[in-house]
Structure formats: structure tokens, C-alpha cells
Design a protein around this ligand. Sequence first.
Ligand code: GLP
Length: 261
Amino acid sequence: MEVIIRPTAEAAADLVARVIAKDLRANPHLVLGLATGRTMEAVYARLVRLHQDEALDFSLCTTFNLDEYVGLPSGDRHAYRHYMNHHLFLQVNIDLRNTHLPDGPAPDLEAECRKYEELIKRFNGIDLQLLGLGRSGHIGFNEPLSALHSRTRVKALSPLTLEQNRTLFEDPDTMPRRAITMGVGTIQESRRCLLLATGAHKAGIIAQAVEGPITSMISATALQLHPHCTVVVDEAAAGQLKCSNYYRWIFANEPEWEPFR
Ligand code: GLP
């Protein structure tokens, strides 16, 4: 795992967008794993700008989102399909047929989860998986006690996640209590993971995710086992990291990061 600390949330999102853009330019057929949440809005805004200003081309890439609420029709403005269309897909030249999210209203949820796993395999796996971090320590919607080898399945949302995300619903009582999410094992199989967390409210959980013991109580700790995982934070979210000066030194001196400094 490597940790990159940027001065502001904007600079952190900018770096994440530039890493995605670099990979997409190197491989136009990239299979990109996508995440939702407030933190990602800044990343998608930058990708849209790169598409408009620098002709970043999405026409050949395929995307798989991490998760979707159970039961919300895809047209519902709280559904992650709506979020993705709004923040990214309809603003760039991606073919909507190449964009995949679990089907929240599917009548047979178990079959839907199996189908999603098979589809990812058919595309030969995910090249680059973008991740946010929930306050419960979840990646995707892998809530506490998610098995570290879990696959795509239905997960009940934890009280902390319900509290964190209910403010996005005008009527909080309509927020679904379950979601379909890629499993921790599914995420671990992507060739590269890129996690973004910003803001002081993420400082405690990012320190546990990066420097704490690996535990199914905090699914993001499983990323410590991933062979190629980059964690990008702003100064505020880096506030409780014990080895921050070490991470800063690496970023300042690694030739690989030169174009991003
Ligand atoms: C939701 C998503 C997670 C994401 C989290 C972060 O819960 N299912 O994949 O990591 O949001 O949310 P935010 O960026 O709003 O803090």
C-alpha cells in the first residue's frame, strides 16, 4: 500500500482523476471500477473537464460500479445509476451499454449478484478500482463483519452508514436498508485499487484502515493485502496517520510520482 497526502481535498481529487486519465490513455479499453459518494463528485467533475479540455476518450472503456441500493428503481434520483449518469456518464463520450451497476430492483437478488460476478469475469476483471471510504470503514457497502473473501452479495447497511447517507434522502425513512455490493474478495481481485478519502471526519477511520490491524470489522483494512493499492488523502484526512512523514518522503522522491507532484 502507498499513501499520498495532498494539501487540499481539491488537489487529492485532482491527483486521482489524473491517475485514472493516465491509465485510460495508456489503455483505451480499460475496465474501470467506479465508486459513489460525495467525495467522488470532485473526481468526476475533473474527469469531465479532462474530457472537454483534453479530449480524454471514454468511448472504448467499460465500467463496473461497486454497489447499488436494493429496491430503488434506476430512474430514482437516489439510485447510484442516477448518480453515475448525472456526474459522469452523460457528460462524457462513454457508451452507456458499457456501464454496469448491480440491478437494485432485480426480483432475484442472489441471481443478480452471481450475474454481476460473472460479467466482471467475462471482461477479464477490473483494471483499476476507484474506492471511497465510509465512516464505518466500508469499501463499497462492505459493512463490519464482511468476510475478507466475500463476493458480490446483498448486505444490510450498518447504523453508521444509515446515519451517514440518510441526509441525502429528502425523506430519510425511504432510504433502503440493504444494498448489493461487490465483495471484499471481488475488490481484492482488481489489478489496482485507488482509494480517496478527504476531510477531518475521515482522519480516524483512514488511520485505522491504513495503519491498523487487518479486521473484517473494517473492510478497508483488507486493502493492506492488495499488491497494488494507492490511498490518496488530503491533509485533514491525514491528521491521525502515524507515519505521515514517511509517506510524504516517498511521494516526493519516487520517480513514478514525478508527473503528479
Ligand atoms: C457510500 C458508498 C461507498 C463510499 C461512501 C463514501 O456509502 N457505498 O462506496 O465509499 O459512500 O461516502 P462519502 O464520499 O459521501 O463520504
